[in-house]
Design a protein around this ligand. Sequence first.
Ligand code: C5P
Length: 222
Amino acid sequence: VTVKDLAGKRIVVTAGGTREALDPVRFIGNRSSGKQGLAIALAAAARGADVTLIGANLEVRPAASTGLHVVDVSSTLELEAAVTAAAPGADVVVMAAAVADYRPETVAQSKIKKETQGDTLQLTLVKNPDILRGLVESRREGQIIVGFAAETAEDREALVELGRAKAARKGADYLVLNRVGWTEGFATDGNAIIILDAAGVIVGEAAGSKTSVAAPILDLLT
Ligand code: C5P
């Protein structure tokens, strides 16, 4: 039996990868599947939490029987609107989603055609809001905010160094670091994580299935 040590906690988890439209049929996206965020959401629900999963283009969906409240979004601005609406009622927000840092400045209203573009096509991208930073700035007393950092670091030391700088920049209570690459991190069933606190101190480390590494993250929220 699972101990219901998160009973009474309202947890918002974002998962998946945002897509930024170029035209009605194309987007700029990333390879995040949503599996890690989903694993955290399911594990939190199993431990008794009331969980809202804000899913950006999830490759895998929770069954209705899991009791998760699912909100589907696609772009970064949609994800921002959904998480900003849900955060005030949450004890914890876990930002596991891979959010696009930039989006096309304009979205073409009909398909971009190579016949009218010539041999090169220039895209102008504008910066998206940093949702995590916004959540930290409007955080209420006692609310816990967990960020993620997916990095293509050379090794563990480089990963931790990048993570410490990010922890200082973002101001989240915890930052979950994981290495990503062509074959690591995104879209796989396994993961290896290092958890930093706001000061950059390592407070957890785990490797295994995405389900198993969810446990030490949730342990920090009890
Ligand atoms: O700066 P970086 O994108 O590496 O930070 C990753 C963390 O910030 C993740 O928790 C991600 O969900 C969040 N993020 C965000 N808004 C963005 C970019 C990333 O909330 N525009």
